[in-house]
Design a protein around this ligand. Sequence first.
Ligand SMILES: C[S@@+](CC[C@H](N)C(=O)[O-])C[C@H]1O[C@@H](n2cnc3c(N)ncnc32)[C@H](O)[C@@H]1O
Length: 333
Amino acid sequence: MSAREPQPVPFDEFMREALYGENGFYTRPDGGHAGRRGDFLTSPEVGPLFGAVIANYLDAEWARLGRPEQFTVVDAGAGPGTLARSILAAGPACADALDYVAVELSASQRERHPDGVTSLATMPTAPLDGVIIANELLDNLPFRLAVFDSGWREAYVAVDQSGAPSEMLSAPFDPPPAQLLMGAALGARVPLVEQAATFVEDARQLLRSGSLLIIDYGVPLTAELAMRPWREWLRTYRGNERGDHYLTAPGSQDITTDIPFDQLPEADAMRTQAQFLQRWGIDELVTEGKRVWEAQAARPGLEAMRMRSRISEAEALLDPSGLGNFLVAEWRA
Ligand SMILES: C[S@@+](CC[C@H](N)C(=O)[O-])C[C@H]1O[C@@H](n2cnc3c(N)ncnc32)[C@H](O)[C@@H]1O
């Protein structure tokens, strides 16, 4: 009897195994992570300024809820806990009420979470009053892939007996999902981010009062991704550089997509990251940083150096061709 060939799986299953399976990019013991010495640089990893602005936002939400005695912040996909560190270091007014919950699936990253936070592998299930924030989580949730080839078809991944993956296309969708009603050029692709949409729905259900903040790279409309070369938005990373084709050496590289925000539930507010950070006081924090630096420039201490670095951090966080162009979607409860 010959061994049965494994069945082709939809792309999201391949991605789940490649990132979060037994030897997955995030789950293996020396797994991938954000940071200058890691695999990709996120806003919290640029420096403490991002967390200081988020702390302003948290204080405003705490005030909007009437300064409750317990104010929960869930940091979903918290990585090594850098955002938590910066928020706590900023000394927000809500600090005494703050119950900071860092949710991270990777055990090796959970070990790096700072003291003073509750570290969990999965999202809490009890209703809460506070803020759920997910910075660059949704782009890492497994997505399905649609490919236009005489109609929209679904990409499947088949693994041959030597373990090498290859892509196969399904018969055309019948009926096509709502976001695929447009035609496209031969070979066009789009991600179908159902797991990201489910994450948003579930997180909103958790909120008795407060808000959900999703920060990620992406575009307002799925159709924009169909018109762009797919290698621009379906990316891989390893060691702070772009990786190889997404089927190459599963588990050795991160796989990520720009988020088509129209596939998520409609938000109460949508801004670019630059607009959001300006709304919550980044310019004032930079001005304060310059003032402290100038007052101590002759004999700068560590604090003065930290204050001066706000200038270059702000440049990176507001960069219109980079982090500043990320989208921030907000849902209020
Ligand atoms: C791109 S990193 C972002 C880390 C951090 N938020 C930052 O901005 O630096 C995404 C993180 O989400 C984690 N992750 C992915 N799916 C998750 C899930 N379902 N629950 C919790 N964490 C998850 C990954 O392990 C990874 O550490």
